[in-house]
Design a binder for this molecule. Structure first.
Ligand SMILES: Nc1ncnc2c1ncn2[C@@H]1O[C@H](COP(=O)(O)OP(=O)(O)O)[C@@H](O)[C@H]1O
Ligand SMILES: [Mg+2]
Length: 366
């Protein structure tokens, strides 16, 4: 009896780590003693999905008493090794296990890395990143966001994942909200403290967030890039050579010119610039009319100048702003709005477009 229940409870999938309780070592003793007693063994007692797991167990074993204890140091180490085991590629001969690169960085990995960039701040790059990521997750994909905009870490708040990630030794477990994993440098930098990033320090920090966070093998990893043409694009071109760049711009010509400069800088680094996303394209008034508050045509012109497609136009909607401020993303809370539909369509377009063809040095014939 309790063996069957043990199997059934052990088969529950933990949402954050997408592995079963049994695999993760989250299931302790299951005993029939004055009724069923189930012991949950979590990395920390305040594990984010604790209540959810307790509910799931209650569904599988109605009336069971669930007790929770924190893992011992040894158990946490075992979990860390298990997670790193499936995050690292086959170690080569003579290579220490931990020096292998994360699986998703492998040339043949399924992960598409989307760098979301803009020429200047305030065009809605972070808003686009968050809502696009959720739209991709809603379409059934595994999605992560890396907040690399070191000049303003706004993503955790916009996504509603404003709590600290859990750290297992040297492995950081991204936060999870609306089906999207998130890692931000903001999690590791005190709020009040302005950080002056020097090139090498920034490079190291981003490299660590990419390689030491447990990303699993997501279908999409979106990167919120700092505005402009700077160091981060260079860093990414080294760490994530397969990154596909997407440029966010607004409809007015001034924004379009700075966006163009950042696209050229990306191309100079041999990054593949895949498309333009125009944000704040128009506002629909109570009268049902479209008002082009920031002008028109900037996205199409930029796309044309760069010889790449304009992939989507996102309308202005105050609910997008308030959703961002409150951590209630508009694609989740206003799924029937035009702005949410624009993100769903954008996600579908990017999926249809498929990964960039990578030009491989070793295939060169001359
Ligand atoms: N389509 C939109 N409709 C309404 N407000 C928007 C829209 N896009 C962005 N905003 C708002 O504009 C501000 C800047 O957006 P943000 O995503 O932070 O830009 P960036 O990351 O490029 O600096 C935020 O307050 C955001 O809520
Ligand atoms: Mg931003």
């Amino acid at each position: 009896m309790s063996e069957d229940l043990r199997r059934a409870i052990g088969a529950i999938t933990e949402p954050q780590l997408v592995r079963t309780l049994e695999e993760l070592g989250f299931l302790g003793a299951v005993e029939d003693r004055d009724g069923l007693n189930v012991e949950l063994v979590l990395p920390v007692v305040e594990w984010p999905n604790r209540a959810w797991l307790e509910d799931e167990i209650a569904d599988v074993a109605p009336g069971a008493r669930v007790s929770v204890r924190a893992m011992t140091d040894d158990e946490r180490l075992e979990l860390r090794n298990f997670l790193r085991g499936n995050m690292t590629a086959e170690p080569g001969p003579g290579h220490h296990h931990d020096t292998a690169t994360p699986k998703f960085l492998d040339k043949l990995a399924k992960t598409r890395v989307l760098g979301i960039s803009s020429g200047k701040g305030g065009v809605g790059k972070s808003s686009v990143t968050v809502n696009l990521a959720i739209a991709l997750a809603q379409a059934g994909h595994q999605v992560g966001i890396l907040d690399a905009d070191v000049y303003g870490f706004s993503l955790p708040k916009m996504l509603g994942a404003d709590h600290d990630p859990i750290v297992l030794g040297d492995t950081v477990i991204p936060t999870l909200a609306h089906g999207v994993r998130c890692i931000s440098m903001g999690y590791f930098v005190p709020d009040e403290q302005p950080v002056i990033w020097r090139g090498p320090m920034l490079h190291k920090a981003i490299e660590q967030l990419v390689t030491e966070a447990w990303w699993d093998e997501p279908d999409f990893l979106l990167i919120d890039m700092p505005p402009g043409t700077g160091d981060v694009a260079l860093t990414l071109s080294e760490i994530l050579p397969r990154v596909e760049m997407y440029v966010v711009t607004t409809p007015q010509p001034a924004a379009q010119r700075v966006a163009q400069r950042s696209a050229y800088a990306a191309r100079a680094l041999k990054l593949s610039v895949r498309g333009v996303i125009e944000n704040m394209s128009w506002f629909v008034g109570d009268d049902g009319q479209r008002y082009e508050i920031f002008g028109a045509g900037g996205g199409a012109k930029l796309a044309n100048d760069l010889g790449i497609p304009l992939l989507g136009q996102i309308p202005l909607d105050p609910r997008l702003r308030s959703g961002g401020d409150l951590g209630d993303p508009v694609v989740v809370y206003e799924p029937e709005s035009d702005v949410a539909h624009a993100f769903t369509e954008l996600a579908a377009t990017i999926q249809r477009q498929g990964p960039a063809r990578v030009y491989r040095q070793e295939l060169k014939l001359v």
